[in-house]
Design a protein around this ligand. Structure first.
Ligand code: GLU
Length: 325
């Protein structure tokens, strides 16, 4: 008899800045969900875009995550069967998947200009990530493509998406359906400068690393249908998804790298203690009403994703003051 695979979750940070409270919130919930099910954790560094990633942030993020009290069973600093754990070292895997997709005939070259393609490999939170590709190059015939290639034009590779709806279950929101056309349409698999897209890299890696559970911010929900379509085309299993609420600042903006004062390093320099940070995050997650200082492991007995609040949570100036008081 086959046993159900052991749960395996993943941290998937992009080394584009220092870990801030919003990342810490997501990492804590990812970790709690996997560990509460006695699952494994993998840390994968999403440094696929050389223009945005910086190596000095990789060391910093490992250090900041450990400071918070999180751990992992495999990662850049812990060897494991799915290594390497840096996307920049995994290009062979992505190219192989791309070749398979080419062979099935679901890709096409896209000659649209760099400006139009600029954000394709960027972190998937970009405001314009869901602007649909108008399908301009999908309609080119072989002769037109040959002319463009002949003129030395470089092409991105896009997936030819169908009009169907993709249905999937979210551990927080339940059953849902989304149209790929509403999530950006024919998305890029590789940019014209050769950089593999987030969508392809993440799908290949989640499968290669045996990830069974993807817990991530609800701002990435629009990327999920495309990843599921790729999984089906490539014969991969679909993990369980949970799109969690976000942390917002006082003005209702999603916490991001530009909130420099909310970087864990900066809070630490101002005297914040990791157990208080986890106390605040777990209070916002509905797990610690009195905001007791705690270690992540203290929250495990009470944790289930189903108990998380439905709505985004605001971090107020008072909250931050309490952390560093
Ligand atoms: N590297 C992505 C980010 O920084 C993670 C996306 C994901 O969890 O799939 O947001």
């Amino acid at each position: 008899m086959r046993h159900a695979a052991r749960v395996c979750g993943r941290f998937a940070p992009s080394p584009t800045g220092y870990v801030h409270l919003g990342n810490a919130w997501a990492f804590l919930l990812v970790w709690l969900s996997a560990r509460a099910q006695n699952g494994r954790m993998i840390l994968r560094v999403e440094d696929i875009d050389p223009q945005r990633s910086r190596t000095e942030f990789i060391d910093a993020l490992l250090e900041d995550m450990r400071w918070l009290g999180l751990d992992w069973d495999e990662g850049p600093d812990v060897a494991g069967p799915a290594q390497p754990y840096l996307q920049s070292l995994r290009k062979g895997h992505y190219e192989e998947a791309l070749t398979r997709l080419d062979r099935i005939g679901v890709t096409y070259p896209c000659f649209c200009t760099r400006g139009e393609l600029r954000n394709l490999a960027s972190a998937p939170h970009a405001e314009d990530a869901v602007v649909p590709y108008p399908g301009t190059c999908r309609r080119l015939d072989e002769a037109q493509r040959a002319v463009l290639f002949g003129a030395g034009r470089r092409a991105a590779v896009r997936l030819r998406c169908s009009a169907e709806e993709v249905s999937f279950t979210d551990a927080l929101k339940g059953e849902g359906r989304m149209r790929l056309a509403d999530c950006g349409g024919d998305f890029a698999l590789r940019r014209s400068d050769g950089v593999i897209s987030y969508q392809l890299a993440v799908t290949v890696d989640d499968a290669a690393m045996g990830i069974t559970e993807v817990v991530r911010g609800r701002d990435i929900l629009h990327s999920t249908p495309g990843q599921i379509v790729l999984q089906r085309l490539l014969g991969y299993a679909t993990p369980r998804y949970a799109h969690i609420p976000l942390l917002l600042d006082n003005n209702g903006e999603r916490l991001a790298k530009r909130h420099k004062g909310l970087a864990l390093r900066s809070l630490r320099q101002q005297g914040a203690d990791a157990r208080r940070v986890v106390g605040l995050l777990s209070r916002m997650a509905g797990l610690n009403p009195r905001e007791q200082p705690v270690k992540p492991g203290d929250l495990l007995p009470r944790f289930t994703l189903a108990r998380l609040p439905e709505h985004d949570q605001r971090v107020t100036e008072d909250d931050v003051r309490r952390l560093v008081a």
